[in-house]
Design a protein around this ligand. Sequence first.
Ligand code: HEC
Length: 484
Amino acid sequence: MTATTQPFAINAATGEQIWTRKDTTTVRAMARSGSTSRGVTYWEKGADKRILFTNGAWLYAVEAATGKPVNSFGDQGRTSLKAGLGPTAKDKSVISNTPGTVYNDLIIMPMRLSEGADAALGHIQAFNIQTGKLAWVFHTIPQPGEFGYDTWPKDTYKNTDVGAANNWSGMAVDRQRGIVYVPTGSAAFDFYGGNRLGQNLFANCLLALDAKTGKRLWHFQLVHHDILDRDAPAPPNLVTVTHKGSDGRPRRVDAVAQVSKQGYVFLFDRVTGKPLFPIKETPMPTSDIEGEKAWPTQPIPSKPAPYARNILTAVDISPLAENRAELQATLQKSRYQGAFTPLSKGGTIIYPGLDGGAEYGGAAVDPDGIMYVNSNEMAWLISLNRKMSSDQLAQLSPGQRVYTTTCAQCHGAERKGNPASGFPSLVDINKRRDRAFVNNIITNGKGMMPAFASLSTKQKQSLLAFLFGDERKEPGMNHDPEPA
Ligand code: HEC
């Protein structure tokens, strides 16, 4: 896939291009998606060889040899990733930048969604590769009557202010047993769960599903009621290890190993879901944010040893850091009680950080059972601020109101962003970029920035006016009749 998510085929020996895709529906969808791609999926049955890839909210199938659309797949070669997500997904951002997982004639799809309150539901969907039709759906936020429904407030499944619990990092399939292992991310909004009190199954789980039907065989929740964006960050590894059974005799066990952002490897018997080493529910600090109830315990594996340091102390701050004393003082005055410290108004240290521990590159395992993990150790300092009340929002100009409700969470209330962490400052954006550029980013997203498909043209106009400093300041003078 190219940087603009355009698939192409090259001769692996010579590098010569064989085909590149220039279908107009794809190109339009591409312009819309503004996404990156981590690859394509290959499937074959006899002489029928296909490449599957995504663009925007679409899954496409093309002939592997020619790049021509497979017209019998879905609607002229494409099928909607929103097919099984219910009516609320219609105006929400749904893309997929991780390749799907093939089991026989099915492709099981990861999805990338908003991490805000506007997130679509993160159900797991399988599509038939021959027809493009939706084959099965597993509800990661269960519906009435389904297992796990009572771990959420009763209306959460309606997707009005909570969504996600999606798989974005990819999956692993045991073809012989017909089991697909699906790690899920947190529910959204990522950092406040006062409107989703409860354990929140099947967010932050390792799910073992019957690959044919999507039925749950077993699950393990890696983080209960996640309020720290501790998504399972990588596909699990299917491994075979020598392990002592309850009779003390070593035997070979087919296992599944899941790496995590918090630095632990969770290791289970692939069939039963039983942990190979005890995983202990460990008491964790409480939240001091109004309305929030952090889960009282979190599962901590007794083995293997964590691959990331789980405690940050003043001594760990690099002696080479020019501002070491300042960083030590920040650590000292922030809330920090280990890896599961809830966010606070005054600022909480998150360590390992939001990007791990492990990240989407995942782990590799050699046949002797040694696992290699590329692990980050990056501390974050995050504070949680109350959303403005509707009265306070009404005091703002229309553009500032859109900014505050949609952009400030990443670019900051003052528009200064956090460039060191990859969130650019938008102060003086008018000196660096033109409106068309900014409008395009808002509409299509870019890299880690999601698309804001649901903003109206009017809202975007006032937002641009605000960002480019030509919005009239007095709120009454520039009143936007639309609800923000
Ligand atoms: C979830 C976090 C997030 C939210 C919410 C968000 N952004 Fe961004 N934004 C980013 C990131 C990350 C980048 C850098 C993207 C890249 O270059 O890969 C970015 C880049 C940008 C840029 C490009 C800046 C430059 O110097 O090129 C603009 C403009 C921008 N965002 C505007 C907005 C506006 C306007 C909103 C609200 C509608 C918004 N963003 C909401 C994360 C976010």
